[in-house]
Design a protein. Structure first.
Ligand SMILES: Cc1cc2nc3c(=O)[nH]c(=O)nc-3n(C[C@H](O)[C@H](O)[C@H](O)COP(=O)(O)OP(=O)(O)OC[C@H]3O[C@@H](n4cnc5c(N)ncnc54)[C@H](O)[C@@H]3O)c2cc1C
Length: 429
């Protein structure tokens, strides 16, 4: 550490070592990956995300929209969630994954979710090592269909005991599968929230299933299937792209199924394995949310820091007022906390022999709630300008707001993390 002499001759510490991501030490290899991803996030994602945000939902997915330019450039640049990790050791893989996804979230959260959802079917085909499904999903724009108009949080209820005491049965929802004679036949509709719903070519679906014995087991819990479905099959249709508050660069919308038939070998988890498979898929999504939210919050913090060094009030730059320094300190602490939590959840999920979505859900809540707090405070530092569309903060605020419902509503996930801890306590008695 360099030391400098003050005018009075005393020695004071120099500034600490920091990386792009603050107080940590990266290896040279990690820094190279981070720099390359940051450049893509800064030069491609950020401007395109802002441009798409201003379009209507229809315009944003029309031919010639910046959304398609973004997807093309991402593919050409080798940026994607389905990249083959090669022989990277798992611990390093977890670190790199967290570093890369934070940068993408810094660029644009909606586009990051779109990239993640695009790769989801292929990732799950790889998880189960099914070569036919890997080839079927390779290079295709994917989506994850789980929620439905009448089945939002209910689809995340892994254990029958989570049901309200007055409910005799679980909820099979509006989109279901019948599994018989070597086929899976799907009927119904997804929610309007399916990320990439209007543009996806292939889906991984997590839905209730009847294996010939009804939709519910003896305990009243729905049976299910996780199945990969090409979305150009007869009987598939789409709703209108959804107009919404935040993450507007992410196309969302309903997908409808009218007697859509796929072979049962397209299932990635079925029968008694379904809930374990669904849990594994969902925990993969949960860690990604924490990493992206960290990037979003860092973007908001950096913009607030920059503005605090431009805006003068009370006879000084905002950054020269101690009250503002205090507020910047709180934001910086929150970003550090988010990064630590997201990295820990990533490492656990990559390395653990038994990962769990109620744990990754807990990390998702910490990160997305803090991202919202940071974006809110950054907007506040901008004062009235924070509210206008001329400045970048109101978009980040809207994007962060959506994340508190996306991939599981935060109060509900918090409740599930408490429930998981209670299960662990009871198991330890
Ligand atoms: C940006 C974004 C992207 C998304 N992407 C996808 C996607 O790719 N694929 C997909 O399938 N879905 C996706 N979703 C849907 C998302 O997963 C759901 O919105 C979320 O799970 C909540 O479901 P819901 O909206 O139906 O709310 P509900 O489940 O109806 O919840 C409404 C309220 O009731 C409370 N509540 C619900 N159940 C209980 C309970 N048992 N006990 C106590 N309180 C309860 C909740 O806490 C919440 O406040 C996305 C959503 C967003 C916002």
């Amino acid at each position: 550490m360099t030391q400098k002499l003050d005018r009075d001759g005393s020695v004071r510490p120099g500034l600490p070592h920091v990386e792009l991501t603050g107080f940590e030490i990266l290896s040279d290899d990690e820094r190279v990956v981070q720099d390359a991803t940051h450049k893509f996030a800064r030069d491609v994602m950020r401007p395109m995300g802002i441009a798409i945000d201003k379009l209507s939902a229809e315009e944003s997915i029309a031919p010639g929209s910046p959304y398609w330019d973004f997807m093309r450039i991402a593919v050409e640049s080798g940026i994607g969630f389905d990249a083959d990790p090669g022989d990277v050791p798992p611990q390093l893989l977890a670190r790199l994954q967290a570093i890369v996804i934070e940068e993408l979230g810094w660029g644009d959260m909606g586009l990051t979710v779109s990239l993640a959802a695009a790769a989801f079917a292929n990732m799950m085909a790889k998880r189960v090592g099914n070569q036919e499904l890997i080839e079927l999903t390779e290079g295709k724009l994917g989506c994850w269909i789980a929620t439905q108009p009448d089945r939002g949080s209910d689809g995340t209820m892994l254990y029958p005991d989570e049901r309200h005491p007055s409910a005799t049965q679980g909820n099979k929802g509006n989109l279901t599968a019948k599994v018989s004679g070597g086929d899976i036949v799907i009927n119904g509709q997804s929610s309007a929230w399916v990320s990439n719903g209007p543009v996806a070519q292939v889906a991984i679906m997590s839905i209730a299933a009847d294996y010939g014995d009804g939709f519910f087991d003896d305990g009243g819990h729905p049976r299910g299937v996780e199945v990969i479905v090409p979305l150009d099959l007869p009987g598939v249709s789409r709703g209108k792209p959804l107009e919404k508050l935040g993450q507007r660069a992410l196309p969302q919308g309903e997908v409808y199924f009218d007697n859509v038939k796929v072979p049962v070998r397209y299932a990635v988890s079925l029968g008694d394995d379904y809930w374990r498979g669904h849990a594994s898929t969902w925990s993969t999504a949960g860690v990604g949310m924490g990493q992206m939210a960290t990037g979003l919050a860092r973007a908001a913090f950096e913009l607030a820091m920059q503005y605090a060094h431009e805006r003068r009030q009370g006879g000084a730059l905002l950054a020269e007022h101690q009250m503002v320094q205090y507020r910047l300190g709180t934001m910086a602490r929150n970003v550090e906390t988010m990064r630590a939590v997201a990295r820990r959840a990533t490492e656990y999920t990559v390395l653990s022999p038994a990962k769990h979505p109620y744990y990754t859900g807990g990390s998702k809540v910490t990160c997305t709630d803090l991202a919202f707090e940071v974006a809110d405070e950054a907007l506040q530092i901008f004062g009235g300008y924070g509210l206008t569309r001329e400045y970048p903060l109101e978009k980040l605020f809207r994007d962060a707001r959506a994340a508190r419902i996306e991939d599981g509503e935060n109060h509900l996930l918090n409740m599930k993390f408490g429930y998981l801890n209670a299960l662990l306590y009871r198991a330890s008695l």
